[in-house]
Ligand binder design. Structure first.
Ligand SMILES: Nc1ncnc2c1ncn2[C@@H]1O[C@H](COP(=O)(O)OP(=O)(O)OP(=O)(O)O)[C@@H](O)[C@H]1O
Ligand SMILES: [Mg+2]
Length: 313
């Protein structure tokens, strides 16, 4: 069955054009709202021509991100997949303002990102909770940093702990919680600061399957109820299709946008849905090519940096 729900948009990759004639132009795309109304994309987050290079220990420049163009509309749930080392975390760090690109522009609401801001928050796999604080105090912490008045903090803490079903655990300490509960505290803490954009870097990778399924449901519900924009990095293609309005696939080093897969399957979805599995297979087929490239590079050459002629990255 050809999967009409997931029609990839492919982008030309200058060095190695994959399928001549199938590539489409870079640039803003029109995205369907969950309610079905088509709208022209208004970018919440816009990445244009982003390049980022690191200086390797040898002194050579390692090109990590190469002319990334990506437009994310307000309220969109975008998932990013790609082989290990392709620059997914780096991309989130740029949007979070924790790192600066070598060239190109990162825009949030049309304004260049010049550092971290309370409108964006990054959630890591290691959720960075404080063991000496209770659940409620952890959730309050981010708001305190943001200068939210005490009374508001209390109210928001209760609200967001209820949202992640942890109201009964507000007085518990972090070591008294399971992995999934800790992740929910991290989500509540992030949401309580009421950022417009949630950047999530493999937040569920370390969880067991049941907890992960539960958190998928909760994250989807919270996303739907709060209208936040989410950019979610994962290695798990099914998870990406389960959650995303769109899955963006990056190439092996240097990271470029190889394809985008708008996912138009109805919500709520489940990892077990045959349509999700089918759509995931399409993404996986393309991802495998990149993983094979990464394995070949590591096997044949060691991890060889991508150097442009003249050592310029
Ligand atoms: N501080 C740094 N200095 C030098 N190189 C770096 C630095 N941070 C990341 N890199 C390199 O940039 C590339 C992209 O790294 P990044 O962590 O963004 O990849 P990733 O896609 O998130 O990988 P993974 O899926 O394994 O988490 C890698 O080759 C990595 O070695
Ligand atoms: Mg990473």
């Amino acid at each position: 069955m050809s999967n009409a729900q997931v029609v990839p948009r492919r982008y030309p990759i200058p060095a190695e054009p994959r399928v001549p004639g199938r590539a489409v132009k870079l640039g803003p795309v029109s995205v369907e709202h969950p309610d079905g109304a088509a709208s022209t994309l208004v970018s919440k987050v816009g990445l244009s021509e982003i390049c980022l290079s690191y200086r390797a220990q040898s002194g050579e420049r390692l090109l990590a991100l190469d002319h990334i163009n990506l437009q994310v509309r307000a309220g969109e749930f975008v998932c990013i997949v790609g082989p290990s080392g392709c620059g997914k975390s780096t991309l989130l760090h740029l949007i979070a303002g924790l790192q600066a690109q070598t060239s190109g522009q990162v825009l949030v609401d049309g304004h260049p990102v010049q550092g971290p801001g309370t409108d964006r928050i990054l959630i890591f796999q290691e959720h960075g909770l404080f063991p000496w604080l209770t659940v409620a105090e952890n959730v309050e912490f981010g708001m305190k940093m943001k200068g939210v008045p005490r009374a508001d903090r209390r109210e928001r803490t209760s609200h967001y702990l209820r949202l992640v079903h942890l109201a009964k655990f507000e007085k518990s300490y972090i070591h008294q919680l399971s992995g999934g509960m800790k992740q929910r505290v991290a989500i509540a803490r992030a949401l309580a600061t009421e950022p417009d954009v949630l950047l999530m870097d493999e937040p569920f990778a370390a969880l067991d399957a049941q907890t992960r399924d539960l958190l998928h449901d909760e994250l989807e519900r919270i996303w739907r109820d709060t209208g936040r924009t989410i950019i979610f990095v994962t290695h798990n293609v099914r998870e990406a299709v389960r959650l995303g309005d769109r899955v963006v696939l990056l190439t092996f080093r240097p990271g470029r946008v190889k394809s985008e897969f708008p996912v138009q399957l109805p919500r709520p979805r489940s990892l077990e849905d045959p349509e999700v599995a089918l759509a995931a297979r399409e993404v996986l087929d393309e991802l495998r090519e990149e993983i094979n490239r990464s394995l070949e590079a590591e096997y044949n050459e060691g991890v060889k940096p991508h150097i442009k002629p003249g050592g310029q990255a």
